[in-house]
Design a protein around this ligand. Structure first.
Ligand code: PEP
Ligand code: MN
Length: 271
């Protein structure tokens, strides 16, 4: 891909993004938690449950980019303060979305990783701002975007001086309606060929179906991902956002028990 300079595969050795004690690009890293922060009890109970199941980082949105302006938009600053408490309670680093360039510098004070959602992948003002924020960035693939467009967005962040970009395949729009999106698993080995940046998969937003999250998580590990980001809620029925796709802590724990053996098995295969 001719436009890529800093993101190109040969520009540097494989990037390992260090988030506290977690090494994204080396270990299999699992980020889990609710779609959005809804209350202190909801966030902390869910955080404790995912930590107990072996998650490495906590996800939770305080700013939600919703399709409808009338849907719950997130708790904002109050949500970030709750995430800070959840981090204290569990020790898990926080992954949280930022949707407005004006908010980046202060959201970065709460976030260990700044998430750029699919709808904002090509928000160049936002990309430049997170490029200067001094925090690792989780860059989700735009739901209508090619790999080249996605990697050029990573290039925006790198070119502002931030080397810590984690790519996240979260499904693309196709004609299929049974799943919420279509998980493009071929993106994982393709991205490995094209860039040194780590790549994770979001089996939650890509499928939108509880029964598919476990199988696609295993398939992602087989495809060579560096990690997964999975939505979990202490009580999915009460979730204010994406209730139909949130795993219970028990379901999440069952998937976790399969992931590391799968990764260990992959490591035994001849190369
Ligand atoms: C999310 O992870 O909370 C989210 C909104 O995902 P996406 O941007 O992939 O839709
Ligand atoms: Mn969600």
């Amino acid at each position: 891909m001719k436009n890529l300079k800093l993101a190109a595969r040969d520009a540097r050795p494989r990037t390992v993004v260090q988030v506290g004690g977690v090494s994204v690009g080396r270990d299999l890293v699992v980020i889990a938690g609710p779609c959005s922060v809804e209350s202190e009890a909801q966030a902390i109970e869910t955080a404790e449950a995912v930590a107990a199941a072996g998650a490495d980082m906590l996800r939770g949105g305080a700013f939600k980019p919703r399709t409808s302006p009338y849907a719950f938009q997130g708790m904002g600053l109050a949500g970030l303060k709750i995430l800070e408490k959840a981090k204290k309670a569990t020790g898990l680093p926080i992954v949280t979305e930022v949707i407005d360039p004006r908010d980046v510098s202060w959201v970065a004070e709460f976030a260990d990783v700044l998430q750029i959602g699919t709808r904002n992948m090509q928000n160049y003002a936002l990309l430049k701002e997170v490029g200067r924020a001094g925090r690792p960035v989780l860059l989700k693939r735009g739901m209508y975007s090619t790999l080249e467009e996605w990697l050029n967005c990573a290039e925006y962040i790198l070119s502002e001086g931030n080397p810590d970009v984690i790519l996240c395949e979260r499904g693309i729009r196709t004609f299929e309606t049974y799943t919420r999106n279509t998980l493009d698993l071929s993106a994982v080995p393709a991205i490995r060929e094209l860039t040194h940046l780590p790549i994770i998969v979001d089996p939650t937003h890509s499928t939108g179906r509880l029964s598919l999250i476990g199988p696609m998580s295993l398939a992602s590990v087989a495809a060579g991902v560096d990690g997964l980001i999975i939505e979990v809620h202490r009580n999915p029925a009460e979730a204010l956002c994406d209730a139909d796709q949130a795993l219970t802590p028990e379901m999440f724990s069952a998937i976790m028990k399969q992931l590391r053996p799968m990764r260990a098995f992959m490591d035994t295969l001849p190369s």
